[in-house]
Design a protein around this ligand. Structure first.
Ligand SMILES: [Zn+2]
Length: 319
């Protein structure tokens, strides 16, 4: 009989919980609840604890728990230090809080980009490769360098921060304080900002959990580009160019077997990836280097949750 693992994905928009068996490729139980950061940290933490407690009660044989944290995690991987889009979520000893609900069960946490990378390496397209790069293009841009399925940490645990590679010196101001980072051009937030700056307007209004009503988001830009809107097409073309530069740099640095891209923006991969890959081909082709497969994740909606599951499995293996 195979035992169960619990994965928790703490994101700025949603909190996801998944329970699966070690050999399972589908969740036997999955829940997604909105984070609602505007209601404060306490309520979000309460939701995490309540749902975890609930799930632990339904399945008695949970062997390990993995947490994907949408923000910076301390070097010991137990404290959520800060979450850029959830300012109140700071210095939260999440591992200890979850541990209290499941005494004796190993609990592991890492930042969501690393965890998603692990998910790709264990359950997704990066499976079986020696050197894989995972890049998440979402509200921000993060990533992981996976060597035999494990993320490279770096000296401060910050390896794979591809979002903050400079791709356009002197370019737009980034959330990190620098300028011209990949994230300042190609993240979902930046794509929307560039479109707004260029004067894109839309009658479509969608509800955003962060800011109430927001006129333009990346999805709307891609939809407009797909319909042939000139301005939106130009924005997508420019974003693809800089994404291509970023990918070319990463590939030059790591010579990976495969590059996987996930995150919400990759729902529009068919518009963004082909022109970005052409930039990579041009750059690497100039010196006769081979271009590795560059593909959108096939599990990107749940990749962090699957990664959390894998982290839980690794934890059991370590103990
Ligand atoms: Zn930056």
């Amino acid at each position: 009989m195979s035992s169960h693992y619990l994965g928790i994905d703490v994101g700025n928009t949603k909190l996801a919980f998944g329970m699966a068996k070690a050999d399972g490729m589908s969740f036997c139980e999955k829940r997604v609840v909105p984070t609602e950061p505007h209601l404060g940290v306490e309520q979000a933490l309460q939701k995490i604890l309540d749902n975890t407690k609930d799930l632990l009660a339904t399945v008695p044989d949970v062997q390990g728990i993995g947490i994907a944290f949408g923000g910076f995690v301390d070097a010991s991987r137990t404290i959520g230090l800060a979450s850029p889009n959830f300012p109140g979520l700071k210095n939260v000893a999440l591992v200890d809080m979850i541990q209290e609900l499941a005494p004796g069960v190993p609990v592991r946490m890492d930042n969501d980009a690393n965890v998603a990378g692990i998910g790709e390496a264990v359950y997704g397209k990066a499976r079986g490769y020696h050197m894989a790069i995972y890049l998440t293009v979402s509200t921000g841009i993060g990533g992981a360098v996976l060597v035999d399925g494990k993320p490279l940490a770096g000296s401060q645990g910050l390896a794979g921060e591809f979002g903050h590679m400079i791709v356009k010196p002197g370019g737009p101001r980034c959330t990190c304080g620098s300028q011209g980072c990949l994230e300042s051009i190609a993240s979902g937030t930046s794509i929307a900002r560039i479109a707004r700056e260029r004067g894109m307007q839309t009658s479509t209004r969608i509800h955003s959990p962060f800011s109430g009503v927001e006129e333009i988001n990346a999805r709307i830009v891609f939809e407009a580009a797909d319909r042939g809107d000139r301005l939106a097409k130009d924005v997508v073309e420019e974003v693809a160019y800089y994404l291509g530069i970023g990918l070319a740099n990463v590939i030059s640095a790591f010579d990976p077997d495969i590059v996987i891209l996930g995150g919400g923006v990759m729902n529009s991969a068919e518009l963004l990836l082909p022109p970005a890959i052409r930039v990579v081909e041009k750059h690497l082709g100039a010196r006769g280097a081979q271009v590795p497969p560059i593909e959108a994740s096939s599990i990107h909606d749940d990749v962090a949750l699957w990664g959390a599951m894998a982290l839980a499995r690794f934890a059991v293996g370590e103990e």
